[in-house]
Design a protein around this ligand. Structure first.
Ligand SMILES: NC(=O)c1ccc[n+]([C@@H]2O[C@H](COP(=O)([O-])OP(=O)(O)OC[C@H]3O[C@@H](n4cnc5c(N)ncnc54)[C@H](OP(=O)(O)O)[C@@H]3O)[C@@H](O)[C@H]2O)c1
Length: 325
């Protein structure tokens, strides 16, 4: 999938279509439509104009991408397969006009369940299509959350670079304040950044760590109370939250029942014992495990499980056919 730089402004719709491809156009429509109110009557169509802005159209307009049917947004008939796959995957994350809160987590893991080698090296477990997916998820969400160990090991930027959209607020869980202010998220000024520390380690309001704002969150049993963290983010208008890793952080959100969706990308790779992905409390029987409703997407050589943790669990072996991104 070829993606142009996000700052390229096309001069007309034909050039736009030729340059970005159907999938990226559909993605940009979702981006442009986020947070905007539409009439949302059945029959309303949404498209993207030559400058990448979301517009109301009728379903027959060639620029139309989504149409409102029976109270939900559906891809318009006859859409290119690539655009349909993009909408299938991202429409539940950011339906046009939705104002409610959602928390989604992602991990990219090997066949043997590892998200990094024992040294912490994780470049790269999954391939370029999944890395583009991560940037699209950042762009669709208001905040991206990572644990202290990910910042300590990877020194990530957590920016949006390879697709359209803006970098969301970056949120680092560093309860003990162990990370140095020279880390890129705290020093590059690419986007607003919050350092989340245990409440008792925050001396005063409006304290800063490098360019980041320090925010105190209550602790229970030695762990940050993640429900309180989400409340703090929501109060700041950060309603769509993307938890990008690592395994400890995603497991905490999952165990606390705070995730609406979970994306697990499995790469055809065996790393040997390294840093584990999900690590939840023991369950006595396999039958006590989670078996979430899910869809399956192909991303290059990787396979993404998109689990809907708010839907009824799926029946044993109830796999949907593969879709291709
Ligand atoms: N493949 C992927 O998808 C992916 C994604 C991201 C990262 N990674 C890799 O994964 C590794 C890091 O993952 P990880 O699981 O070891 O660590 P992590 O999740 O990045 O960070 C865990 C740390 O964050 C803090 N933390 C997170 N949740 C907390 C809570 N509820 N309460 C208190 N503190 C909390 C704690 O910091 P303290 O230790 O200070 O208490 C905890 O030890 C790195 O090697 C990185 O390269 C892979």
């Amino acid at each position: 999938m070829t993606v142009p730089p996000s700052d390229s402004v096309p001069s007309d719709s034909a050039a736009f279509a030729a340059r970005v491809g159907a999938g990226e156009r559909a993605f940009r429509m979702l981006l442009a439509a986020r947070g905007r109110a539409f009439r949302c009557r059945d029959g309303t169509g949404l498209g993207v104009d030559e400058t990448g802005c979301a517009i109301e159209t009728d379903a027959a307009d060639p620029r139309c991408v989504l149409v409102r049917r029976d109270g939900t947004w559906d891809p318009v008939d006859g859409l290119a397969a690539e655009a349909r796959a993009v909408l299938d995957l991202y429409l539940p994350i950011r339906p046009p006009g939705a104002a409610d809160c959602m928390t989604v987590a992602h991990l990219g893991q090997s066949l043997d369940g590892q998200i990094a080698a024992a040294s912490g090296d994780s470049y790269y477990v999954t391939g370029p299509a999944n890395l583009l997916h991560l940037q699209r998820m950042r762009a669709l969400c208001d905040a991206v959350v990572v644990g202290a160990e990910t910042v300590a090991t990877d020194d990530p930027r957590l920016t949006v670079r390879s697709t359209a959209g803006e970098t969301p607020v970056r949120v680092v869980l560093d309860p003990r304040r162990r990370l140095d202010a020279s880390r890129r998220v705290f020093s590059d000024g690419e986007a607003p950044t919050l350092l989340i520390a245990a409440e008792h380690r925050v001396a005063r309001q409006c304290a800063r760590h490098g360019l980041a704002e320090i925010v105190g969150v209550p602790v229970r049993g030695g762990r940050l109370v993640l429900a309180a963290l989400l409340e703090t983010l929501h109060d700041r208008g950060l309603k769509r939250v993307f938890v990008e890793g690592g395994g400890t952080t995603v497991s905490g959100f999952l165990e606390a029942g705070l995730l609406d969706r979970l994306h697990i990308a499995v790469a055809p790779l065996v790393t040997g014992r390294g840093r584990p992905g999900l690590a939840l409390l023991e369950r006595e029987r396999v039958a006590d495990g989670l078996r979430p409703a899910h869809r399956v997407f192909r991303m290059g050589a990787d396979v993404l499980f998109d689990c809907d943790l708010r839907a009824a669990p799926c029946a044993d072996r109830d796999l949907e056919p593969r879709r291709v991104l």
